[in-house]
Ligand binder design. Structure first.
Ligand code: AP5
Length: 217
């Protein structure tokens, strides 16, 4: 089973993909997490990725698609939740083609819709685990021990691209390049729109209920 979680920066894709992945026993593939792992290294590729990510721009399609295809080609599990991929029509095409080559296809696209005001508040309070990437929020989802990940004990940090100016740029890029995917997947009958406001548990319940109603799980 293959599901895409689509939404603006801060919509809760990562938070909900982790929960749904555990509930449905699906793997979670987040391009942002993959890129952050590479960026932490002292290599030319890391510097190249940082030059895009820290400005709030998309990493070029050739690098992004190759990164995902490498994971997909080696994949033998029972299904994947894609989080943060695809992010434009070129990437959506590449994903459709790669799945078709495996004689598989995308089951559903969960679009998590959140107002711009809420996105800004979520991103400004976000902390991430350096080790396992679990997101926290200093008001709505604080860790049990300040600065420490509940899941793995890793140290929490704030992402460089969560600085206010970079967030504004990321939102511009989202509306220009990624939002057209909403119509694209609506036309293919795969889109499930979810109200992403309310508690993490409420949003999670809406996602699971919609997937059940759609007959996917
Ligand atoms: P990426 O890491 O994918 O960032 P993003 O899409 O901007 O999304 P975020 O991780 O910011 O938000 P999210 O929706 O996962 O929200 P979260 O669950 O953390 O990408 C980073 C960069 O990498 C991109 O800008 C680009 O440069 C590059 N990149 C990645 N993929 C790419 C691609 N395919 N092509 C090209 N470039 C690519 O939640 C946010 C906060 O809100 C957290 O603090 C959380 O605790 C809190 N929260 C979550 N849900 C709720 C709720 N219901 N109520 C209250 N608070 C909540």
């Amino acid at each position: 089973m293959y599901i895409v979680f689509l939404g603006a920066p801060g919509a809760g894709k990562g938070t909900q993909a982790v929960k749904a992945g555990q509930a449905l026993k699906l793997d979670h593939l987040a391009t942002g997490d993959l890129f952050r792992q590479v960026q932490a290294q002292n290599t030319n590729t890391a510097r190249l990725l940082r030059s895009y990510v820290e400005k709030g721009q998309l990493v070029p399609d050739d690098i992004t698609i190759q990164t995902v295809l490498e994971q997909l080609n080696a994949y033998t599990g029972r299904g994947i939740i894609f989080d943060g991929f695809p992010r434009n029509l070129t990437q959506a095409d590449a994903l459709d083609n790669a799945l078709a080559e495996r004689e598989e296809s995308l089951d559903k696209v969960v679009y998590i819709k959140v107002s711009e005001k809420e996105l800004l508040s979520r991103l400004s309070g976000r902390w991430i685990c350096q080790k396992c990437q679990t997101p926290y929020h200093n008001v709505t989802a604080p860790p049990k021990i300040q600065g420490k990940c509940d899941r793995c004990g890793g140290k929490l940090y704030q992402r460089a691209d969560d600085a206010v100016e970079t967030v504004k740029k990321r939102l511009d890029v989202y509306f220009a390049e990624t939002a057209p995917l909403i119509d694209y997947y609506k036309r293919s009958g795969k889109l499930i729109e979810i109200d992403g406001e309310g508690s993490v548990d409420d949003v999670g319940r809406r996602i699971m209920d919609s997937l059940k109603t759609a007959g996917v799980v």
